[in-house]
Design a protein around this ligand. Structure first.
Ligand SMILES: Nc1ncnc2c1ncn2[C@@H]1O[C@H](COP(=O)(O)OP(=O)(O)OP(=O)(O)O)[C@@H](O)[C@H]1O
Ligand SMILES: [Mg+2]
Length: 719
């Protein structure tokens, strides 16, 4: 099934696609380390492998020989005397390296490393892992794991995961075994299962991006669900996920790193450096990935997308059989970013005709507010609402599913209605999610069998509907050519000079250097500052150079109105701070506009990211920042400005004309290209930038250059 996400015109070519056919569709498999001891992975995997013995050649390898699980074994792969496509390795860590060599010698084109104790265990383990990967790649094979739970593909009958998996149309790629098993159970309770399940393990060779890219073109898959802590090459993940989105197989992502504690946890779990949540959001935006907050939401969103595809917009119809759930549904919808618009007159009349005694017929609709409830109206009203163009998705909330308690007549009517609802949903292809107080009843089962998600709480149902609103088409930024000469100076003056090329202006100013030999006061430097101020015209601002937080140290003096004022201020600063020099610049009227910030950072996984937000003294408190993967074009930059919470005051506001948003978007774009072309810039921040109705002026800027040393964590957060 293919869902209607529009393809973007400039789809980049498929890069780095790897042939994973031996992993997903081997003809022959071997389990090395097969065991009768049901406390061992080698046993669990052998049990699963034997299940596929009628369709695949399955070999069990045990170095003691004899029988395992009632089947003959060989002592070594060489003993098979014939090549084998895929080899699962469930041997002790000490024997892993030689087992890999044996597998490659036996002609294996794919290896699944279940054994643990490698990169996740420390430097020595990483060394072994790196050696193994080099040999696997040299042999033209692929390695999944190590430290993984195996692989499953219901479309090829491959059962090589530690546990039995339910078949279905969701591909799950998971870096956590337990999370995967929880997802399996929840998915199965919805009547769904996996087209593929891949346990990522350490991603030493095959990584999440390779797998997403392969699943993007897998006919048996409708949706790709991902649980990932370590994105490795994040840009490859973004490119692969965008490719999946274009192929109509959206990626739903659950990840960690939103809290300091989870960052610590991930580091010890898989050795992963997590990216900040705002950066992951930016990656999801670029790749049209549906990010979810937890495992239940992952399943709910996956099954809804698998059945209906995304909602084309955020307009929700709410249909209830009681006022309480109707109102709750509406409030929850608003917090989930959905709108519950009043119906157009034509639809309202149509619904009113179906519910002659009801009082609420214009969204939310309360079919229970009339005198006697005809539960058949759930279906007829749904038909009317989905048949209109007034909504993009539908929530049914309340008692439906529980009417069977009243006896055979209601049971029959309820099941009939469930059947009709299934037909209506089928006919309209817009997401329908049912909240039922009786999610385990027969009507709920009938709805679920038709693919309609039935959830036990209205919160969860609305959350799901909020998360399946279509993402904008993927837009994967392409890195620019690297700049020829690296940036080497990082002070305020150097930043002003560097940023001039981006079209960002700074107040007219001069740099004055101070003699390093001067002791308690460099009178000549003071007079040079005074002369520069005279030339610029008053009022001026003087800033001491070489300080990280200038104003904290008293290194910034604003609004100096005459020569004597400048002389006194600079002389005092000079005696106290003895800075390497000064910047003297025109004082601007900050009341004429709004202070923004424009910044870039280099993320370890996702590369250059760019941020724009509310700047100045409120920057940290308000945390109103939009983040995107860089570089961004002007259009994207404009979109970032427009989604700030402060966006309304960027427009015409209280008699002040609209601020120069296009100029701001231009500079944001230019700065993002500049940073992307200079890998030595780990951080660049212009804060504040004064945006007025006519122009954009930087008032402070700083650059952080890569020193090879660990640096203070200054990652953006957005509220
Ligand atoms: N030329 C100028 N015209 C008007 N206001 C200015 C000018 N330069 C700086 N300012 C204001 O003074 C503030 C402090 O200056 P600056 O940012 O250079 O010092 P800082 O040490 O980085 O201070 P902070 O830590 O507060 O950002 C700026 O944030 C800005 O609001
Ligand atoms: Mg500052």
């Amino acid at each position: 099934m293919s869902h209607g996400i529009p393809a973007d015109a400039a789809a980049p070519p498929r890069e780095r696609a790897r042939d994973l056919s031996a992993l997903f569709a081997p003809r022959s498999v071997a389990v090395v380390g097969a065991s009768d001891d049901d406390a061992k992975y080698g046993n669990w995997l052998a049990v699963q492998a034997i299940r596929m013995a009628s369709t695949h050649e399955v070999h069990l390898v045990n170095r003691r020989g004899g029988e395992v699980l009632g089947r003959p074994t060989v002592r070594t792969l060489a003993g098979l005397g014939a090549p084998v496509d895929l080899v699962v390795l469930a041997v002790p860590a000490a024997g892993f390296e030689s087992a890999v060599d044996e597998a490659l010698a036996a002609g294996a084109r794919a290896l699944v490393g279940v054994t643990s104790g490698f990169a996740e265990a420390g430097a020595a383990g990483r060394e072994v892992q790196d050696r193994v990967v080099a040999r696997v790649r040299a042999a033209g094979a692929v390695l999944l794991g190590p430290n993984c739970l195996g692989i499953y593909d219901s479309t090829t009958g491959l059962t090589l995961a530690s546990n039995a998996m339910p078949p279905g149309r969701v591909a799950l790629l998971s870096q956590s075994g337990n999370v995967a098993l929880e997802l399996k159970n929840t998915l199965a309770s919805h009547g769904h299962g996996f087209s593929r399940f891949v346990s990522l393990g350490n991603q030493a060779d095959v990584d999440v991006a390779d797998l997403v890219r392969d699943c993007a073109h897998h006919d048996g898959t409708d949706v790709i669900a991902v649980y990932c802590e370590d994105f490795g090459d994040g840009r490859a993940f973004v490119a692969a996920a965008a490719e999946a989105a274009r192929a109509g197989r959206p990626v739903v992502l659950l990840t960690v790193g939103g809290s300091q504690a989870s960052i610590r946890g991930a580091l010890s779990h898989t050795g992963a450096m997590t990216s900040s949540s705002a950066v992951v959001d930016a990656a999801c935006e670029a790749a049209a990935v549906y990010r979810v907050p937890g495992p239940r939401a992952l399943v709910n969103v996956a099954v809804t997308l698998a059945r209906f595809g995304p909602a084309r917009g955020n307009r929700l119809g709410v249909l209830a059989d009681g006022g309480g759930h109707a109102s709750l549904g509406c409030d929850l919808a608003e917090s989930a970013g959905l709108a519950v618009p009043a119906f157009a007159p034509a639809l309202r009349e149509e619904v009113a005709a179906l519910l002659p005694t009801a009082v609420t017929v214009d969204n939310p609709v309360d079919v229970g507010s009339g005198s006697e409830l005809d539960i058949g109206t759930f279906a007829s009203v749904s038909q009317a609402v989905l048949g209109s163009t007034d909504v993009d998705s539908l929530l049914i909330t309340g008692y439906f599913g529980g009417y069977e308690e009243y006896g055979p007549t209601m049971t029959r009517r309820e099941l009939d209605t469930a059947q009709r609802l299934a037909e209506v949903a089928q006919a309209h292809d817009r997401p329908v999610v049912v909240h039922s107080m009786y999610p385990d009843g027969r009507a709920a089962a009938a709805l679920r069998a038709s693919g309609i998600p039935v959830l036990g709480s209205v919160d969860e149902a609305v959350e799901c509907l909020g998360l399946v609103v279509a993402r904008t088409a993927p837009r994967v930024p392409q890195p620019p050519r690297l700049a020829g000469s690296p940036v080497t100076a990082a002070g305020y003056w150097a930043a002003r000079e560097l940023l001039r090329g981006t079209g960002l202006s700074f107040p007219d100013g001069h740099a004055v250097h101070r003699s390093a030999a001067a002791g308690t006061g460099d009178a000549a430097a003071v007079e040079q500052v005074v002369a520069a101020a005279r030339e610029l015209g008053f009022p001026v601002v003087v800033k001491a150079m070489g300080l990280l937080h200038k104003s904290d140290a008293g290194g910034v003096v604003l609004d100096l109105g005459d020569e004597d004022g400048v002389r006194a201020a600079v002389a005092a600063m000079d005696a106290r701070l003895r800075p390497p020099g000064y910047t003297v610049e025109r004082m601007l009227d900050r009341g004429a506009g709004l202070e923004l910030l424009i910044g870039t950072q280099r993320d370890p996984h996702f590369g250059t990211v760019v941020a724009v937000g509310m700047g100045g003294v409120y920057a940290e408190v308000l945390a109103d920042v939009a983040v995107a993967l860089g570089p961004v074009d002007e259009d994207t930059a404009l979109g970032m400005l427009r989604r700030l919470r402060c966006a309304p005051i960027l427009a015409e506001f209280r008699g002040r004309p609209r601020l120069a948003l296009d100029a701001a978007a231009h500079v944001v774009s230019e700065i993002s290209f500049l940073a992307a072309a200079h890998p030595e810039i780990t951080e660049l921040e212009v804060n504040p930038v004064l945006l007025t109705p006519t122009c954009l002026t930087g008032l402070d800027a700083r650059i952080v250059l890569d020193t090879g040393q660990p640096q203070e964590d200054t990652r953006w957060t957005s509220a």
